[in-house]
Design a protein around this ligand. Structure first.
Ligand code: GLA
Length: 668
């Protein structure tokens, strides 16, 4: 079951409860002008829908759904469980979240609950069920949006009890289970041996360094606990509306609380929220990073961009406005990579509240504004592209995505300063993006043979299954690249002994015997004229070809980058951090060796091209010109934004986008 591909979905979060009925009427007219066909409703409406425990007020929402339906707008109906009403706090103070340091939090913001508290789970399930009962059969209802951005964690006693349950499932019950847990957590270290299950707690604030295996299991536990909460609501909803698909929205770019692989298979369509954190090329590449992950988490199916910002973006420590034209190009970036929607947070800028200054499709200034004019233009473009809905994107390369490694790297004593899993993954995905190559993401123990090339940056934790899959992949002809501290630990967060990459020494033809982090701000010269930073490793080539060695410092003369033929494939190892240009040069070499080609051969830097494939051999070439000058690209067919025929060569204006329905002649 997937969201029905009736054209592309265009619109955003709609919060009419913040406005009077006069504004509702104006909204109808403006949505028509902007060709809005989708509204996400009710995300934060719990206190209005259930003003007292068990008493519901659905009248206003009936009116909203009816109006939207009359205006031809489909509804994504949210369950409002991300923000319980104030009465809930007073009725169930034990369901308020507690920080790791023991501070209980109170209402007055949002996401204030412990998702492991039985009272919260009951209340969430009940309001989801009431909504589903009420709106089953409503003609506007197109998709359920369960909760909003699952990710809130807690360290209270309810969480402790649920954590112990999860641990018993994983390690077994009774004394045997406890022994397995003691072993997995390495509790012989620092006298942490547990002699009774009741002693096992969440990793609450500790006097000194916490236990990394316990931290990792707590991350895994919360991903599973939140998924259980989603399932409860989903199943309740399906009782009443079995044919309406269900989603939940993942928060990107670097909010890493969920194991997205486990979640992707539990929802009918993957939806993501994406807010740019950088204005320039980093931002363009980040849209691709977002889109490729969203598509992969749904196993290649079309996905939904549930939220983006029409203008203001949060870039580091400041807000920046998107420049004119940027919203259109960004939106095409998501569509190019398999999104079937262009949706925003939010339709109308809130008049009050913590996000008062957040950009919206209708800004505070009203429709007579640059932003609204661009929104209306975007609506026209999205409508013209309706035929791409349901089509998919193919990739020959993939980047490993691994929540365990991401969580392990949160442990500061484990990770070199300044490195994060998401940043490393983003930077190597960015190298593929700059090379014009579209890539998927894949779990380390996933279907690797589907790809000619697999990159595994920052893959510090690898399970035994993952080790076997990587080994078989290379043996069977795959090209694999792994980076520093790769496979240094197993899935319990225990060191792999005997040198790293543990379990793969023969595959890489090397043995790393010592980690040698580099002091902040220093670089180490390499024999090929490049340099490395942040990290270096003392490694020995046991059969691998040395592509580059360390040229100065204590490791001078030893290998830094290696390449090894193993079975039918090739395994590369990169023991230091390369900057952008050096990374691009290495990427070009690796891609050539693996036979992976860019979507469009010879595209100039800054011209992004992605192809979507439909039934019956149909295809559409999306071209985004991120540069300040016109760029030519080989294409043949019909350009859908202008309706013009393209015969062999398309010139894309600076900052512009084009989508060509291909007639076959332009395809490589
Ligand atoms: C998230 C939320 C929205 C809103 C936006 C602001 O993605 O889902 O409710 O807070 O962020 O960027």
């Amino acid at each position: 079951m997937t969201a029905k591909p009736a054209g592309l979905w265009f619109g955003g979060d709609y919060n009419p409860e913040q406005w009077d009925e006069k504004t509702w009427a104006a909204d109808g007219e403006l949505m028509r002008r902007a060709r809005v066909n989708t509204a996400t409703v009710g995300v934060f409406a719990w206190s209005l829908l259930e003003p007292e425990e068990g008493r519901y007020e659905f009248g206003w929402l009936d009116e909203v759904l009816d109006r939207l339906h009359r205006g031809g707008v489909r509804v994504i109906l949210a369950t409002p469980t991300a923000s319980p009403p104030p009465w809930f706090t007073l009725a169930h103070p034990d369901a308020m979240p507690v920080t790791s340091a023991g501070t209980r939090l109170w209402h007055g913001s949002r996401d204030t609950y412990c998702a492991a508290a039985p009272a919260y789970r009951r209340a969430a399930r009940r309001i989801a069920g009431e909504l589903a009962r009420r709106y089953a059969g409503h003609p506007a209802l197109a998709l359920w949006h369960v909760h909003n951005e699952y990710g809130t964690v807690c360290w209270c006693d309810h969480a402790a009890a649920a954590f112990r349950c999860w641990l018993r499932d994983r390690y077994g019950t009774g004394r045997r289970g406890l022994a397995a847990l003691n072993d997995a957590w390495g509790t012989a270290f620092w006298s942490q041996r547990y002699s009774d299950w009741e002693q096992v707690l969440p990793p609450r604030a500790t006097q000194w360094l916490p236990n990394p295996s316990q931290l990792l299991d707590y991350r895994r536990f919360w991903s599973a606990e939140l998924l259980a909460a989603l399932r409860e609501q989903r199943d309740e909803i399906r009782l009443h509306t079995p044919s309406v698909p269900v989603t939940t929205n993942f928060m990107l770019p670097d909010y890493q609380v969920l194991d997205a692989w486990a979640w992707g298979s539990e929802i009918d369509v993957v939806a993501v929220d994406h807010y740019l954190d950088s204005p320039g090329p980093e931002g363009h590449a980040d849209i691709a990073f977002c889109g490729d992950r969203a598509r992969s988490w749904g196993d290649g199916r079309p996905w939904l961009l549930m939220e983006q910002a029409a203008s203001l973006i949060y870039a580091g420590d400041r807000n920046l406005a998107k420049e004119p034209g940027r919203m259109l190009r960004d939106s095409m970036g998501y569509l190019a990579r398999g999104s079937d929607s262009v949706l925003f947070f939010q339709w109308r800028a809130s008049p009050a509240g913590a996000e008062m200054l957040h950009a919206a499709m209708v800004p505070h200034a009203g429709p007579d504004s640059r932003v609204f004019r661009e929104v209306a233009e975007l609506g026209r473009v999205v409508e013209r592209l309706g035929e791409v809905a349901g089509s998919t994107v193919a990739a020959e390369a993939a980047v490993v995505w691994d929540a365990d490694s991401a969580w392990a790297m949160e442990n500061q004593r484990f990770t070199p300063a300044g490195l994060s899993y998401v940043a490393e993954s983003r930077s190597w995905h960015g190298a593929l993006w700059r090379a014009g190559v579209v890539s998927d993401f894949v779990p380390a123990d996933g279907n690797l043979p589907r790809y000619r090339l697999v990159l595994a940056p920052a893959l510090c934790l690898v399970s035994d299954d993952g080790i076997a899959a990587l080994r078989e992949y290379v043996a069977g002809g795959g090209h694999l690249v792994m980076w520093f501290f790769g496979a240094m630990a197993d899935s319990r967060h225990h060191a792999r002994l005997g040198g790293t990459p543990g379990g793969l020494l023969d595959v890489f033809g090397i043995r790393v015997e010592e980690f040698c982090p580099l002091p902040d701000g220093t670089r180490v010269a390499l024999s090929n004229g490049e340099s490395g930073a942040v990290w270096s490793e003392r490694l020995r080539a046991d059969g691998a070809e040395v592509v580059a060695g360390y040229a100065d410092g204590p490791l001078a003369g030893l290998p830094a980058i290696t390449r090894n033929a193993f079975g039918g494939g090739v395994a590369w190892y990169v023991s230091t951090r390369l900057d952008g240009d050096a990374a691009d040069r290495l990427t070009a070499r690796v891609l050539a060796g693996a036979g992976v080609r860019p979507v469009v051969a010879g595209a100039p830097p800054g011209l992004e091209a992605v192809r979507r494939h439909g039934d019956g051999g149909r295809s559409w070439l999306f071209v985004l010109n991120h540069t300040g000058h016109p760029c030519p690209v080989a294409a043949s067919g019909t350009e859908l934004l202008t309706g013009r025929a393209v015969t062999g060569l398309l010139e894309v204006a600076p900052g512009a986008v084009a989508v060509v329905r291909e007639d076959g002649a332009g395809r490589a």
